[in-house]
Design a protein around this ligand. Structure first.
Ligand code: PMP
Length: 300
C-alpha cells in the first residue's frame, strides 16, 4: 500500500504523522467548519459550490479561512494528485485552531487546515442495489435559530446521536424530524420522496442542510421531466410515498425501501429513483474540474 498523504497546515504528511494539538478548539469544542467533497474519474464534483458553502459557514461562525478560494482549490487538487486517486472522498476541515482550555476563540492563534483524501463508501456496496432500510429517531434536528443546520460546523453531535439511534434499531441510517415534527434529513444526507410525477424534498428552513448533491439531484429531476418541489412533509408522506431516496456527497444517491417497518413501493429501488441515479452517475463523470488522471501518472 502506498502512503496516504494528508495536507496539514502547509505540508503533506503521512497518515501516521498527521497530528494536531489536543488544545485544538475543533477537538475541544467542535469549533470549526468542514466540507465533504467527491472526485469522480479525476473530476472534482461541484468544487465551487463546496467552496462557497465552506466560506459561508466560516463567515457565519466568524472563522476566517486562511486561504483564498483559489489557493484552497489548488491544495485540494494537489492532495488528490499526491494520493493518485481518481475516485475518492475528500474531507476538508478548518478548525478554529490551537488555543487554550477556555472558550475564547481569540486565544486560538491560527486555524488548523486539514485535507484528507480516501476511497469511501459509507453504506455497504450491495445496499446501492437493494436499497436501505431506515427508521425515524427521537433526536430532533437543531433548530435553525439555535445552531443553523446551514453551517457545516464540526459540531455533529446531533447527527451522531441519530447514527447511534439508527444502529440501536439495527439499521444503517435514520431520518430526523425538526422541532415541529416535519421530516428534516438523514444523519448526513438529504431525503427525497416521489408521489406520482413529483419529487419532494424538505426546504432549507425546515432544518435540512442545503446539500450539494441535493441541488444536483433537483436539477436532474427537473431535466428528466419530473416536477420538483421543496415543501415540508411528515412521516406519513414518507410512509405513503411511491419512492424514497437519500442524497449526500458521502452517501451519493441511495434508494430507501423500508421506513419504520413500512415497505416503500414494492420493497425494491423504484424505477424513477434508478433513473435519477443513472443520470447522477453520468453527470458526475462529465461535470467538474479535472484534477487528476491515472494515465498521466503512468506516462510520467
Ligand atoms: N445533511 C447533512 C447533515 C450532511 O452532513 C450532509 C453531508 N454534507 C448532507 C445533508 C448532504 O449534503 P451534500 O450533498 O452537500 O454532501
Amino acid at each position: 500500500m502506498p502512503d496516504q498523504w494528508i495536507y496539514l497546515n502547509g505540508e503533506f504528511v503521512t497518515k501516521e504523522n498527521a497530528k494536531i494539538s489536543v488544545y485544538d478548539h475543533g477537538f475541544l469544542y467542535g469549533d470549526g467548519v468542514f466540507e465533504g467533497i467527491r472526485v469522480y474519474g479525476g473530476n472534482i464534483f461541484r468544487m465551487q459550490e463546496h467552496m462557497d458553502r465552506l466560506y459561508r459557514s466560516g463567515k457565519s461562525i466568524m472563522l476566517q479561512i486562511p486561504h483564498s478560494q483559489e489557493d484552497l482549490t489548488n491544495l485540494i487538487a494537489e492532495t488528490v494528485k499526491r494520493n493518485q486517486l481518481e475516485d475518492a472522498y475528500i474531507r476538508l476541515v478548518v478548525s478554529r485552531g490551537t488555543g487554550d482550555l477556555g472558550l475564547d476563540p481569540n486565544n486560538c492563534k491560527a486555524p488548523n487546515v486539514v485535507i484528507i483524501v480516501e476511497p469511501l463508501s459509507i453504506f455497504p456496496k450491495e445496499l446501492y442495489e437493494t436499497g436501505l432500510e431506515i427508521v425515524t429517531v427521537p433526536t430532533r434536528r437543531n433548530r435553525p435559530d439555535v445552531l443553523s443546520p446551514k453551517v457545516k460546523s464540526l459540531n455533529y453531535l446531533n447527527n451522531i446521536l441519530v447514527k447511534i439511534e439508527a444502529r440501536l434499531a439495527n439499521v444503517n441510517e435514520a431520518l430526523m424530524l425538526n422541532d415541529q415534527g416535519y421530516v428534516a434529513e438523514g444523519s448526513a444526507d438529504n431525503v427525497f420522496i416521489l408521489k406520482g410525477n413529483t419529487f419532494y424534498t424538505p426546504p432549507g428552513y425546515i432544518g435540512a442542510l442545503e446539500g450539494i448533491t441535493r441541488n444536483a439531484v433537483m436539477e436532474i429531476a427537473r431535466d428528466l421531466g419530473y416536477e420538483m418541489k421543496e415543501e415540508p412533509f411528515t412521516r406519513h408522506d414518507v410512509y405513503t410515498a411511491d419512492e424514497v431516496f437519500l442524497t449526500g456527497t458521502a452517501a451519493e444517491v441511495i434508494a430507501v425501501v423500508k421506513v419504520d417497518g413500512r415497505v416503500v413501493g414494492d420493497g425494491a429501488p423504484g424505477y424513477h429513483t434508478k433513473q435519477v441515479l443513472k443520470e447522477f452517475r453520468k453527470r458526475v463523470l462529465l461535470e467538474g474540474v479535472k484534477v487528476y488522471s491515472r494515465s498521466e501518472t503512468n506516462a510520467s
